[in-house]
Write a new protein. Structure first.
Length: 242
């Protein structure tokens, strides 16, 4: 009896000579994990770059505001002048809760309009005063002035400008004053009976301006300068009286 051999087609290997294979669940999970790590790294770098840009822009604005404020104050102090034979320069402190700020008034030949540009000529009483900024929950340094006219008899008359913000995001403001002997004062009043202060301006004014640092509230941006005032050397006995 003749037996038929099995058909060769039953033993042919799959196409290509290899067994068909797919990805296992573990391999898929590892690929997803690697993809997540890569995406999180890219996102962290992306957001970090924009955060650095934002901080740099904020710091640039703060430093610019600090420099402009110091420049304005130096110009005002350097143009200090007597009015009707008297120097007016005094400081008093105003409080906001647990924090106090100095309020400074003095006479100068610098006159500005509301936009901070040069205004009409004349002697003016300039005032630096700190006000509370309720919108920003902080403080702002305001500058206001009253321009006096020589032809006016009544001292109450004059052109008073509305104060404009000189510096925002104020953290603290401090002055120190020095007389002819180099003695330091925290308060100065030219109307007082003190030998060193009566009818006089300080010889040197030290200004310390601190602005809020959004990144670190405990370390504000600090700006400091000292201004020498030669007007203190003027012979007041030969000044014209009122």
């Amino acid at each position: 009896m003749r037996l038929n051999a099995p058909s060769p087609s039953h033993h042919l290997p799959p196409c290509g000579g290899k067994k068909a294979e797919g990805f296992t669940l573990i391999e898929i999970l590892i690929a997803i994990l690697i993809l997540g790590v890569v995406l999180s790294t890219v996102y962290a770098a992306y957001t970090g770059t924009f955060r650095i840009i934002r901080i740099s822009e904020d710091n640039r604005d703060i430093y610019g505001m600090g420099r402009m404020t110091m420049h304005r104050m130096i110009q005002d102090f350097n143009n200090m002048s007597p009015y009707r034979g008297k120097f007016e320069f005094y400081v008093k402190r105003t409080g906001f809760g647990n924090q106090t700020f100095p309020r400074l008034l003095f006479t100068s030949t610098v006159n500005l309009d509301l936009g901070g540009k040069k205004g009409p000529a004349g002697i003016s009483t300039i005032e630096y005063v700190v006000e509370e900024d309720r919108e920003q929950k902080g403080f702002v340094l305001m500058r206001a002035e009253t321009i006096h006219r020589e032809q006016e008899v009544d001292e109450q008359k004059g052109f008073k400008t509305v104060g404009f913000p000189l510096c925002e995001k104020l953290h603290s403001l401090n002055y120190k004053f020095y007389d002819l002997t180099g003695k330091e004062y925290e308060i100065w009043d030219s109307r007082a009976n003190s030998e060193a202060q009566k009818g006089r301006t300080p010889v040197i004014i030290a200004v310390e301006l601190n602005l809020v640092n959004p990144a670190n509230q405990d370390h504000p941006f600090k700006f400091m300068t000292k201004i020498y005032l030669p007007v203190n050397q003027v012979d007041r006995e030969n000044m014209p009286s009122e």
